[in-house]
Design a protein around this ligand. Sequence first.
Ligand code: PXG
Length: 462
Amino acid sequence: MSSEQRFNLDDLKRADAEHHLHPFTDSKEINAQGTRVIVKADGVYIWDAEGHKLLDGMAGLWCVNIGYGRKELAEAAYRQMQELPYYNSFFQCTTPPTIALAEVLAELAPAHINHVFFTGSGSESNDTVVRMVRRYWDLLGESQKTVIISRNNAYHGSTMAAASLGGMKFMHEQGGLPLPGIVHIDQPYWYGEGGDSEPADFGLRIAQQLEQKILELGLDRVAAFIGEPVQGAGGVIIPPETYWPEIQRICDKYGILLIVDEVICGFGRMGKWFGSDYYGIRADFMPIAKGLSSGYLPIGGVMVSDRITEVLIDKCGEFAHGYTYSGHPVAAAVALANLRILREEKIVETVGGETGPYLQKRWAELADHPLVGEARGVGFLGALELVKDKSKRERYPKVGKVGSLCRDMSIENGLVMRAVGDTMIISPPLVATSTHIDELIERAKKSLDAALERIPTLDFNE
Ligand code: PXG
């Protein structure tokens, strides 16, 4: 029996509207129009309940790095569930796959990072980081060092601490965030905020805001800086080459801890194992999730550098923090199977040396489209800035309208592409071949054409 026949779509949509609150969703709006139900997937494709086949240009939510339908992961979960479906890592216990995963992660991470604290998600990882950072300085007798500096338009998750670390104003507006002790500087978004400056100068200037902020707040209060190597949810914001070296210099100069959020960039997305490898950043903490299990099961973690573990292990006593599902054996077994595939099939190397450069070459062609002000990308990440006038980088009024239109056209053309305001973004599965990439580009072009044609029908006063 095909999955389409197992349910009645109208019943499903009704039950969804009556009982299910979706994340980051206007429930009234979605209940009126009905949700799209995704029923199966294979490789780089997903199918909805109405039988539409879509090329998944977002790898789920930036996570299905090895693509859909890998039986090895299902089998790893099945085997582990039969052997030991659950045990915790509290109270002097743990399980074999949890240990094995920690060991493999230490091998893959930069040389100075050899420990991992497991969590269930990226948000939990970032909450864990906040607690570790504070504990670290406390143990060194500097408990007043609590402030973490982040960036506007960063995304670090949705729990209270993670949403505070993030720089999404529309999130902060709901519920009185950010929490005290978290402050934000500007993001290295040259196209949107660089004005007439050269990208290299802009990157330096924006990074130097970190130094200014440290001096303004007082070094005795500043604990750490956090950033995504490339901002994902903010719109695939790729910093100028000058940015990360300057951030590193400032962190080193003032001895503040550097948290590199690898939740999206980790596990091959930039053609290296980690975004830190791509930019040569020396992180003290690397929160991870998503590509760790290719999204097949929820699992995350915080990778912790030796200089931190030396203090946390030697001086801390019990670190009073942990989750029921920290190091969950089934999730760990699935993550191990995922990492084995990434390694054995040389998927990261392929993205770095072949398919990534090919995707970027083809993606760059989209800059010729009249609607596109900039086409940028790195590895298997891409963004298109939709504008009214390229020469002036002028946006359409009511940012988000044209982006949403282009997103809808994209779905109609069989491609999942996301809109962040009027920036279209992609983050395809890392197993996409050159043929898939050609198909993605062709569908993206068609979607841009269709959007351009329909812009005159939009009501910008609405
Ligand atoms: N850090 C980064 C860099 C992320 O992208 C998280 C942390 C939080 O992970 P969890 O597993 O708690 O969701 C993320 C998550 C979007 C979108 O709209 C992006 C994410 C999550 C939800 C929506 O692009 N990234």
